[in-house]
Design a protein around this ligand. Sequence first.
Ligand SMILES: [Zn+2]
Length: 307
Amino acid sequence: MSTRLNKSMMEFQDHLRHSKRIVALVGAGLSASSGLPTFRGSQGLWKNFNMIDLATPDAFYIDPGLVWQFYSYRRHAALKAHPNSGHLALARLSQVPSVEFVTITQNVDGLSIRAGTPRHKLHEIHGSLFDLRCTSFGCNYVDHDNFVDPLTPALGGTEEEFDRSGRKRSMHGDEDTDGASVSPEFTPVKQLDDSELPRCPACGDLLRPGVVWFGESLSLQLLNRIDGFIEQGPIDLMLVVGTSGTVYPANGYVDRVRYKGGKVAIFNTDIEDSVVDGQQEGVWGFRGDAAETLPQALDPLISQVCP
Ligand SMILES: [Zn+2]
């Protein structure tokens, strides 16, 4: 570790020890360390469909069977991944008695919950792959943290892929570790009848994945709960983990915390040099894999509670 990083880390940990109210803002970079694809760039395709075309209310209206197969695949991939040391460090921070702490995550993969973060201290602003919501207007049925896989018999087996050599790339095995570099072929998308898809136990209508799709608004109720926590008293420290923190509403939270005198610590592979070099007042930057840097940085507090 360089002298400068050492100095930043000591300053950060000194501030951490005196922090009473902390917020973590978590993005895709943290789950990338658990091996989950972020569905951006070259990985933005699923069975030759652009995932952006599948993650919309229109796509679900036109072909719910297709969209459910995509989400069944994503649920399966997320369940195969394990929470990493970064998720576990944040879960432990939420158990430190002297600190009021909440996690705001942009990730939908359920890894923070599976790491042991209490549900009431976790705000999943883009929803969760493991929440199911009824599509019927007026039916408020929601099923949280449903980890059943597959959700219906018809959705089973749709996650298998084949690489160019014809070798089976099953999500059940680890035989392929660099799958992102090949152009896979897939088991064809099945034509599924609505009756073969997850149904609402309350009203019988179709259930949908409880994620926020393109063109949909974030939950106002959830944003209000986060606002409530931030307004209740000054936030001493904001941890920005695996995200640049520059996209709405994340950027707004960072600005508000700083405006009220709170400090910010960024844990990401990609951070501006001026931040890493300590040239921005009140902001620390720890460049690298957050699954490694975060547990080390939080050690003074999380070592107080059992893993
Ligand atoms: Zn319903």
